[in-house]
Design a protein around this ligand. Structure first.
Ligand code: 0WD
Ligand code: CA
Length: 378
């Protein structure tokens, strides 16, 4: 683009310098028709076990086992077992894209889309894309995404911001318990076998994860991403993933229209973005009372969430989310021009400002592991 005129304080001739590239995030700039988004298809999956070891199969997949629909109201004590039966994942271990890269290394020879498909794609976690989708509406938490290009493919890996790290280390005990409660809800709602019954007597170990690997495309950007899936519904109309997957959430019970409004404006946006990306068709929410017991369940079909906020002038719009994400991917693709796994373009965003870029070499920002780089470059 055109340069910016810089007037030297010492006088003399004006110098033309290139403005630092940045991307605005104002929602008003991204209104307009919903962009092309290819129906997500599952390419494969992997599991992480109770010691966070990788397995190239679905052993960690659980089965949706809700209480009978016409029975009595649920009464799931989400605090039960805390803290003695809680095995939280070590969050100091920054895994970056490692598990996804391991899957990719083992499957890159059999990818659909034809030769060269991967070279034109963006590879990342679903959770990173969720943050991009919600950016035009986010007022509190910024993010940083590290980007590197290798053999054409653009890899995006989140970097914990200093503010997020400080917040995590200062987590008050009640927040740790609240995190536990989310996982405990999964234990009340899932069985280990299709048609089995939940067993809430065991440990809650958040090292365990089942991850789906998906292919999609946003606008002109082919995508390969992976996301953690809570469970599959053996009774779903379609048993074909991702249509059989169910996302589980907990939230506070609501009592007034104002509380529902606020829930639709803020939480439902995040739930929609997270499940829409991989094509997970429904979110089942458990609403907990002040004592931490789930007293009611409600299913939110992903494709119906926007209806709940459409009439709200201060609500969110899926088109804005997707158009912004597409604009970010174009911005990243045109910013990262060099193919070099040791070069990192760090995209940073804080609420109220634009996305900015800084350039780094090697540690601590480089995130593509040598075992991966060496294997794909031979
Ligand atoms: O290294 C990193 N910077 C990150 C790693 C950031 C985000 C996620 N991850 C890991 C997760 O642990 C997970 O195994 O990547 C895997 C897949 O992530 P995703 O599906 O892309 O992440 P996201 O959509 O943000 O979260 C999905 C679920 C969460 O469900 P809820 O209902 O809470 O949104 O993954 C779980 C959690 O169940 N999860 C985590 N579990 C343990 N530790 C974490 C975490 N830090 N983050 C998400
Ligand atoms: Ca969940």
């Amino acid at each position: 683009g055109a340069g910016e005129m810089k007037d030297g304080a010492t006088g003399g001739p004006p110098k033309w310098t290139r403005p630092a590239p940045s991307l605005p995030t104002d929602a008003s700039l991204y209104a307009g028709p919903f962009p092309f988004y290819r129906r997500p298809s599952e390419l494969g999956c992997f599991s992480l076990d109770s010691e966070r070891r990788y397995h190239g199969d679905s052993r960690a997949l659980r089965y949706f086992a809700p209480p009978p629909a016409h029975g009595s109201a649920p009464d799931f004590d989400l605090r039960e077992g805390y803290p003695e039966r809680y095995r939280p994942r070590d969050e100091e271990t920054q895994e970056g894209l490692d598990h996804l890269l391991r899957w990719l290394l083992e499957h890159r020879g059999q990818l659909e889309g034809g030769p060269g498909w991967l070279a034109g794609a963006v590879v990342t976690w679903r959770g990173h894309l969720t943050k991009l989708l919600t950016t035009p509406y986010e007022l509190r938490e910024g993010w940083q995404l590290a980007a590197s290009r290798l053999q054409g493919t653009l890899y995006l890996s989140e970097v914990e911001t200093p503010a997020a790290r400080a917040q995590r280390l200062a987590h008050p005990p009640f927040l740790r318990e609240l995190m536990y409660m989310g996982y405990k809800f999964e234990q009340y709602m899932c069985a280990d076998t299709p048609g089995g019954s939940p067993d809430p007597s065991g440990e809650v170990n958040t090292n365990v994860a089942f991850c789906s690997v998906l292919r999609s495309q946003l606008g002109t950007h082919p995508l390969l991403f992976s996301g953690e899936v809570d469970c599959t519904d053996p009774k779903a109309p379609s048993t074909q993933p991702p249509a059989c997957y169910v996302e589980l959430k907990t939230s506070k019970e609501m009592h007034s229209p104002g509380q529902w409004r606020s829930f639709y404006r803020h939480k439902l946006l995040k739930w929609w973005a997270q499940s829409f990306l991989p094509g997970v068709p429904r979110v089942v929410a458990g609403f907990r009372d002040p004592e931490g017991s789930v007293r009611s369940l409600r299913t939110f079909p992903t494709m119906e969430m926007f209806e709940l906020i459409r009439a709200d002038r201060e609500g969110w719009n899926p088109s804005v989310c997707m158009n912004f994400c597409a604009a970010f991917l174009s911005f990243a693709q045109s910013t990262v021009t060099q193919d070099d796994p040791r070069l990192v373009h760090l995209f940073s965003w804080e609420p109220g400002g634009p996305v900015t870029v800084s350039i780094h070499h090697d540690a601590p920002y480089a995130f593509l592991p040598t075992w991966y780089v060496d294997a794909v470059t031979q």
